[in-house]
Design a protein around this ligand. Structure first.
Ligand code: SF4
Ligand code: SF4
Length: 381
């Protein structure tokens, strides 16, 4: 049986959040069970891009501050670290911490903000797909990792919560390489599971007080869910999250592969949920992302597979009026399907691997997803 805690939390009022987080961790044995005096604890929130907390794209600073304070009370030394998409440098980190309210959360809790942009290539023989992983240096220095994610929709992976959050330990633009080498959702899910297992978080918390629906993980709309979830098992939390946003786990590649590997329960019935009744938090009309891919078998010959994908799968479209010409989409497109021309992206659909990194990283929400006619026919069958 897997253990997890779920408590209602209707807003981000700090004292209330701290009380709920403390109670949740106590129900799993108390912070002292996970953090020893003098240990360096890496808190990994989701700080995907420069977005204010009320946009619901990033972990709320109240949750990060509460966990950092509890770690300090246990005698641990917290470092808050994230490697968002795009360049991994001090200037970018400073801007993201500030925009996401994390600078303030660190000041109030006494946590350190990570500005070490070093990377390390580590051997990981236990990995199913990844036998070597390049991660941010701080991950290798930490004694413990606490993973604090946000519940959101995700174009390529359907949903992002506990497991996918640890992809943010892969340094900045190197993420593109991981996408390019594992361009279908099943392989990418296996890679995400390997990364999560390598990071070995001792505690996982999902900020589902306000999640993101529709065009997540950055361009969607905030949606109140009203819960904080905690577990030592990130895979069980993802199963609970999928249930809460009314998505069968079989539609979430990370859940499917974690179940296949025997790491995850298949349903909430296999989880001992302490706290509130999860059924009270199910949102039956949680809006799905437009970018959900159609499952095309890879057993087809490669050129046929590529051609079928090209006419069937959704693809990004660029709103030239909203675009501010920053070039982030082109800089981070894994197969270079985008090039900047006259300060606007020019798109080569035949090269696109449908990772939707461009949409995820666009600061102007200038990228929408188009569903081709065949997609609409196929998905209504
Ligand atoms: S589409 Fe978005 S990411 Fe790309 S150049 Fe325009 S504003 Fe920047
Ligand atoms: S155009 Fe966008 S969706 Fe297509 S490969 Fe590039 S980043 Fe991914």
């Amino acid at each position: 049986m897997y253990n997890a805690v779920l408590h209602e939390c209707r807003d981000y009022e700090y004292d209330k959040v701290k009380e709920i987080i403390k109670k949740s961790i106590d129900e799993l044995g108390g912070i002292g069970k996970f953090v020893n005096k003098g240990e360096r604890v890496l808190i990994k929130p989701n700080l995907i891009m420069m977005k204010a907390p009320d946009k619901a794209a990033t972990t709320h600073p109240s949750v990060v501050r509460a966990v950092a304070e509890l770690v300090a009370e246990a005698g641990g030394k917290t470092v808050i670290a994230e490697s968002p998409g795009g360049p991994f440098n001090e200037r970018m980190l400073k801007a993201i911490y500030s925009a996401c309210g994390i600078t303030d959360a660190a000041e109030k809790s006494g946590a350190e903000l990570n500005y070490n942009t070093g990377t390390k290539d580590v051997s990981y023989p236990e990995g199913k797909l990844l036998k070597r992983i390049t991660v941010i240096d701080e991950l290798t220095k930490a004694d413990k990792v606490i993973n604090i994610s946000k519940l959101k929709t995700h174009g390529m992976m359907r949903m992002t919560a506990a497991v996918k959050n640890l992809f943010g330990t892969i340094p900045g633009t190197m993420k593109a390489e991981y996408h390019l080498n594992r361009s279908n959702p099943d392989d990418f899910a296996e890679a995400l599971i390997d990364i999560c297992r390598y990071a070995k978080p001792v505690l996982n918390i999902v900020d589902a007080v306000v999640g993101m629906e529709e065009n997540g993980p950055t361009g969607g709309s905030p949606r109140k869910i009203g819960a904080l979830l905690t577990s030592t098992n990130p895979f069980a939390l993802d199963i609970m999250c999928a249930y809460m946003i009314n998505v069968p786990y079989t539609d979430v590649p990370v859940c499917v592969h974690a179940v296949e590997r025997g790491l995850s329960p298949k349903s909430i019935d296999e989880i001992n949920i302490i706290g509130d009744d999860i059924s009270k938090f199910v949102i039956t009309d949680f809006k799905a992302p437009k970018a959900i891919l159609v499952n095309v078998t890879e057993n087809l010959p490669k050129p046929v597979y590529k051609a079928v994908n090209n006419i069937l799968q959704p693809y990004p479209v660029f709103n030239k009026d909203k675009c501010v010409g920053c070039g982030r989409c082109a800089e981070n497109c894994p197969p270079s399907a985008l090039k900047m021309k006259d300060k606007r992206p020019s798109f080569d659909k035949s090269k696109c691997i449908r990772c939707f990194c461009c949409q995820e990283l666009c600061p102007a929400v200038a990228i929408d997803i188009k569903r081709p006619l065949f997609y609409r026919i196929f998905s209504s069958l």
